[in-house]
Each structure stands twice: as structure tokens, then as C-alpha cells.
Unconditional design. Structure first.
Ligand code: GLP
Length: 264
């Protein structure tokens, strides 16, 4: 696991965007026979990264023409054009602003008549695309990844999950402050789906994530803190701002900073 500590949210967003852009460019420079497969999150954490990716695209230094994306999750029962659906979020933040083929921008369908079949279809689509090269994510303050709440199986795959009261409360800010308006269920990729990606990059920002970060970095692998699964991933990066590292030991931060300085 790499832990990259940067001063603030802007630094984290720029770093993550540069990493994504470089990964796409390096992959496509090799003229592979399939598109780069990018896993993507919603939430407030990736907004700065999306803004920067759009800037890079507008500056002519990043193209999504040979990129397939798979989003992590979607609410069940919200129309896809609802202002708070993750479909709408992704169109507004990224897809409508870059040169991605809309047919290659995948999200689970939370309105599918058979949700189990939809989950199986989503997993099969990821596999058919060649598997995720880089899964970018955020993390909940309770350590959840996508909508894999504490206690989720670390081997789980795409499925229906019930949201905890605290997650509905946290997401109420997108629904006029009303937790009851937040759908109570969602389709989400599993922890195992994320772990199957060749690389995982998680954006961690703000003091509210400090406890989750401590559990993920300094404690053992534990299903009560799903983010800690990354200790078992061969190639994972946590890109964090200083605020989110407040519960880490000073020595832990120093250790990871030293490793990054040696590799720089
Ligand atoms: C939601 C999303 C997660 C996201 C989390 C944290 O639960 N399903 O993918 O990581 O919120 O959101 P934020 O980045 O707004 O703190």
C-alpha cells in the first residue's frame, strides 16, 4: 500500500487527476487491443479530481476516446435522470464534458426489473471489457467503500445493499437535508470487485475520514472497516490530505513520507 500525504484537497485532487491521466496515456501509448478500463466513484471526494480531468481534456492533454468506465454504485429506484442519481452526477461532473463515448460509460441500473440479473450483467460486463485497470474510489467516514457498509463480505461482488442510517444521514446533504429522501437501497460493486482491479486509488480528504484512515493503515484487515481490505491488494494507493491523517501516528506519516521521498 502507498500512502501519499498532501497538504490539502486541491493537492489531492491534482495528484489523483494526474495519476489517472498518466495511467490512461501510458496504457494507450502501448497500442493495446482493448480500451483502458477505469472504475469511478461519486460523492464529494472525487469532484476536484473530475474538475482537473476536464481541464486536462480541454487543454488537449487527455482523451477518453479509448477509455471504458464502470461506476461503483447507483441508488435503487431513482430515475436515472433524477438530479441526485449517480447517472446525473457523472454526466454533470465528467461524461458530458469530455470525449467519452456514452456507450462506454457504465453505471449499474438501479431501475432494472430484475436487480439480481442486473448485478450479474454488470460483473460480466466488467469482465468482458478486460477487467478494471484502475479503480478510483472515495471512502465513507465509517470506512465503507462504494456502498459496502461495515460488515460487508470482503469477497463480495456486485449486489443489492441496504444503506445504514448514518450513510443516509451523510448523503442527506444531497437531498435537501432529508435522510428519509435518500433511497434506502443501492446497487454496488463488491469489495471483491474492487480488489480484482489491477490498481486501486482511494481519495481520502477531511477530518471526518481520519478514523477510517487510521483503521485502514494502522490496524488489521477487518470487515468492520472495509477500506482496510486494501492491505491485501498488490497495488493500492491512498491519496490523503493532511486533515485526514490526524489520527495516524506521527511516525506512521513520517514512514510513508520517507518511502515516497526515496521513490521520487
Ligand atoms: C457514498 C458513496 C461512496 C463514497 C462515500 C463518501 O456512500 N457511495 O462511494 O465514497 O459516499 O462520500 P464523500 O466523498 O462525499 O465523503
Amino acid at each position: 500500500m502507498r500512502l501519499i500525504v498532501l497538504k490539502d484537497y486541491q493537492g489531492v485532487s491534482d495528484w489523483a487527476a494526474r495519476y489517472v491521466a498518466r495511467s490512461i496515456a501510458e496504457y494507450n501509448a502501448e497500442d493495446k487491443d482493448r480500451d483502458f478500463v477505469l472504475g469511478l466513484p461519486t460523492g464529494s471526494s472525487p469532484i476536484g479530481m473530475y474538475r482537473r480531468l476536464v481541464e486536462l481534456h480541454k487543454a488537449g492533454s487527455l482523451s477518453f476516446s479509448r477509455v471504458v468506465t464502470f461506476n461503483m454504485d447507483e441508488y435503487i429506484g431513482l430515475p436515472s435522470d433524477h438530479p441526485r442519481s449517480y447517472h446525473t452526477f457523472m454526466n454533470e461532473q465528467l461524461f458530458s464534458l469530455v470525449d467519452i463515448d456514452p456507450a462506454k460509460a457504465n453505471l449499474p441500473n438501479g431501475n432494472a426489473p430484475d436487480l439480481e440479473a442486473e448485478c450479474a450483467r454488470y460483473e460480466a460486463a466488467i469482465e468482458a471489457s478486460g477487467g478494471v485497470d484502475l479503480f478510483v474510489g472515495g471512502v465513507g467516514s465509517d470506512g465503507h467503500l462504494a456502498f459496502n457498509m461495515p460488515g460487508s463480505s470482503l469477497a463480495s461482488r456486485t449486489r443489492v445493499k441496504t444503506l445504514t442510517a448514518s450513510t443516509r444521514q451523510a448523503n442527506a446533504r444531497f437531498f435537501d437535508g432529508d435522510p428519509e429522501a435518500v433511497p434506502s437501497t443501492a446497487l454496488t460493486v463488491g469489495v471483491g470487485t474492487i480488489m480484482a482491479a489491477r490498481e486501486v486509488l482511494i481519495i481520502v480528504s477531511g477530518q471526518s475520514k481520519a478514523r477510517a484512515l487510521r483503521h485502514a493503515v494502522e490496524e488489521g484487515v477487518n470487515h468492520l472497516w472495509p477500506l482496510s481490505c486494501l492491505q491485501l491488494h498488490p497495488s493500492s494507493i491512498l491519496v490523503c490530505d493532511e486533515e485526514s491523517t490526524m489520527e495516524l501516528k506521527a511516525g506512521t506519516v513520517q514512514y510513508f513520507n520517507e518511502i515516497e521521498a526515496v521513490g521520487a
